[in-house]
Design a protein around this ligand. Structure first.
Ligand SMILES: [Zn+2]
Length: 264
């Protein structure tokens, strides 16, 4: 987007990455508590060891570094702490740093960073708990529409159209899939998630996301299904990956395809 924004300095990118690591730390809490049954508040109680319930002082709560200093174990009960936590901190830092370096300081960098952070949250929550929390999907939908509103009425129209078509398209796929396969091919979480994605990347991007997600999902799960085992498919992971590719290079793919169709 805004090509006239000057490329940011290393300092700006570094700050964006540090901010991203802090967001990633919070994302870990969201993944853990929104994915829990029953759902828990992300504000209360404070971060604590999931084994011994010892509250973590601030210096044990620093993204990535605390895990390294503690060598991946709780200081109280010595229970191993999953390496997923620092990895998610680091991945979110990468997202925010990269968005700053790609878009410069401005709305698109923040919009992209929030979008990719939500996708990461959905992918991990769906993989761990087979749940796509409304906080990510519907919360993300509202955020996507607000960013579009900030960009003006045409952008808002595009986002609303993307969200509406995303919702309707997946709803139909779910209804038809349920009839054909006699089981729920897709959950309501996937449908709300596609409305959110449509708000961020428009209806063409939404379709590309579904195509990529279905392709990636089949590559992984068709061999599993052939072994005859019943396997719950966390489709949100593949939709997240599809949306990531769409956000990063969807314009080019859609451009090629349109050129191909029109013979240009
Ligand atoms: Zn502990």
């Amino acid at each position: 987007m805004a090509a006239d924004v000057p490329l940011p300095s290393t300092i700006v990118v570094t700050f964006a990455a540090i901010f991203g690591a802090i967001i990633g730390s919070f994302l870990n809490v969201c993944i853990l508590r929104w994915g829990a049954e029953p759902k828990q508040s992300v504000v209360h109680p404070r971060s604590r060891c999931s084994n011994c319930a010892r509250s973590l002082p601030w210096y044990e709560n620093i993204p990535v570094f605390s895990w390294l200093l503690l060598r991946g174990r709780c200081r109280g009960c010595k229970t191993p702490i999953s390496v997923l936590y620092p990895l998610i901190d680091a991945a979110t830092a990468l997202i925010w740093g990269y968005m700053a370096s790609r878009h410069g300081v401005g709305l698109e960098a923040v919009r992209g960073a929030i979008f990719l952070t939500i996708l990461l949250g959905i992918a991990i929550t769906d993989a761990r708990a087979y749940i796509i929390p409304d906080e990510f999907s519907l919360g993300g939908l509202v955020i996507g529409l607000l960013f579009a509103l900030a960009a003006g009425w045409p952008a808002l129209g595009t986002a609303l159209l993307g969200a509406g078509i995303g919702f309707a398209f997946l709803w139909i796929v779910a209804a038809v899939g349920g009839r054909v396969f006699k089981q729920d091919a897709m959950g309501g979480g996937d449908i709300k998630m596609m409305a959110m994605i449509g708000a961020f990347v428009g209806w063409q991007g939404m379709l590309l996301t579904v195509f990529l997600g279905a392709f990636l999902g089949s590559v992984v799960f068709v061999p599993l299904a052939l072994t005859g085992r019943k396997q719950l498919v966390p489709f949100g992971i593949f939709l997240s990956l599809g949306a990531l590719v769409t956000y990063l290079m969807g314009h080019r793919v859609i451009g090629w395809y349109t050129a191909y169709l029109t013979g240009a």
